[in-house]
Design a protein around this ligand. Structure first.
Ligand SMILES: [Zn+2]
Ligand SMILES: [Zn+2]
Length: 427
């Protein structure tokens, strides 16, 4: 296998408290050495002067749609999109068809990813059979097959007794329960955040409480069972406050949020454009401020995309009828850098930490570091050149982004997965 020397870049590797100029040598699919002025000959030398070099990013929340919805995205196109964003590992949510509720689907995804994927794909197993929220899935079998966490994402677990039992098993199996926190009675048929903006647009609202009450319930059940509970796509001020308190108490609670919850609000929804429609919805200004504060103060642990591609026909229709969800892999780091790091909400090193070691720890995967001997997953970013988001150029099949036309910095330049260059920016 070939060796790659990444020379003279600004290396940020929070796992090793590294934040400065260094060379990175990759050999045989592993990190061989990181240090200043390495005097070695490599098969490929990459000039990284003026570039940021990080462990490949981890997106712990994506929807790759395969099996069942290949017209929206496949493991091949989704993982291509990932590496185009500097992401080298993803955790794939199980709302496929069939859903990832048994061993054979976990194995199918791993096999597909190995054959056709551009990056590492870690399947997340279902909490309930068929994601119906009724009967517990075979959690032990899912874990043995390689599922890295449990979730029915897209659907809430309305039955608290089921959630309690799932958490008891998850604790025994040492798996994190990632919940899509939503009380479906409260959210009902809502299509956007309930507030002034929904009144003005005349659209049915989803109250912030529909998320917050479920975050609260899950924290209580996590306290009761000792299970690791991870709140998916946190969007409300109330959730942030409950998670803050849970952490103060020392509970096994972690949380993630996505770029749209810190860069947009319900006021961003223009002209009934369904590229601004996702679940949970874009929230009010106070929620957005609380999310940014939660990121700043470490209440929110990880940053992710909730990458949810859809076909054009599913988005270019009435707002009411359009599918929920937006794509995000290719704009994850640019939105993190331009809207969190540059404005001083968090440091560059903290941003990288929230996109590498922290999600790796939550999922229990050996990724997100440039330690010697670690897998050679590396990303190079350009922090200087500002580029416009152009959905037409996405590697994802999905074009459904609310950020089209935005000027952002922090685009991925080169992405290396297991010692192989899987993406190189051409323009
Ligand atoms: Zn969800
Ligand atoms: Zn999701």
């Amino acid at each position: 296998m070939k060796s790659i020397l990444i020379q003279g870049g600004h290396v940020v590797d929070p796992a090793n408290q590294l934040d400065g100029e260094a060379d990175v040598l990759l050999s045989d699919g592993k990190v061989a050495k990181v240090g200043k002025g390495l005097k070695v000959k490599a098969d490929i030398t990459i000039d990284a002067k003026g570039k940021l070099v990080t462990p490949g990013l981890i997106d712990m929340h994506v929807h790759f749609r395969e099996p069942g919805f290949e017209y929206k995205e496949t493991i091949a196109t989704g993982s291509h999109s990932a590496v185009a964003g500097g992401v080298t590992s993803v955790a794939a949510m199980p709302n496929t068809n069939p859903p990832i509720d048994d061993q054979s689907i976990v194995e199918f995804i791993k096999m597909k990813a190995e054959k056709e994927g551009y990056c590492h794909v870690y399947p997340i197993g279902c909490i309930s059979k068929k994601r119906e929220g009724q009967e517990m899935a075979e959690l032990g079998e899912l874990k043995r097959a390689g599922a890295v966490a449990l979730s029915d994402d897209g659907a809430p677990i309305m039955n608290a007794e089921l959630m309690r039992r799932v958490m008891e098993y998850a604790k025994m199996l040492d798996l994190t329960v990632i919940d899509h926190c939503e009380d479906s009675h409260l959210s009902c048929d809502g299509v956007m955040h309930e507030g002034e903006a929904s009144m003005k647009l005349g659209l049915r609202g989803i109250p912030a409480a529909s998320e917050t009450v479920m975050v609260g319930r899950n924290i209580l059940l996590s306290e009761m069972t000792g299970a690791k509970f991870h709140a998916a796509h946190v969007s409300t001020a109330g959730s942030v406050e409950l998670i803050r308190q849970a952490k103060k108490k020392g509970l096994n609670v972690t949380a993630e949020t996505c770029p749209h919850y810190w860069a947009l609000s319900d006021k961003s929804i223009k002209a009934y454009n369904a590229n601004f429609k996702m679940n949970p919805p874009l929230r009010g200004d106070e929620d957005v401020a609380a999310i940014r504060k939660g990121i700043k103060e470490g209440v929110i642990d990880a940053l992710c995309t909730d990458h949810a591609p859809h076909a054009n026909t599913e988005k270019q229709c009435e707002f009411d009828k359009a599918a929920f969800g937006i794509v995000g892999l290719e704009t994850l780091f640019p939105l993190t850098y331009s809207h969190l790091v540059e404005p001083g909400v968090i440091s560059l090193s903290r941003a990288v930490e929230m996109l590498t070691v922290i999600p790796a720890k939550i999922l229990g995967i050996p990724k997100g570091t440039l330690s010697e001997g670690a897998d050679a997953d590396v990303a190079l970013f350009d922090l200087k050149v500002s580029r416009k988001v152009d959905a037409k150029t996405f590697k994802s099949k999905g074009r459904n982004t609310p950020f089209n036309g935005w000027d952002l910095k922090g685009w991925a330049d080169v992405t290396i997965v297991s010692g192989n260059v899987k993406y190189e920016r051409k323009d």
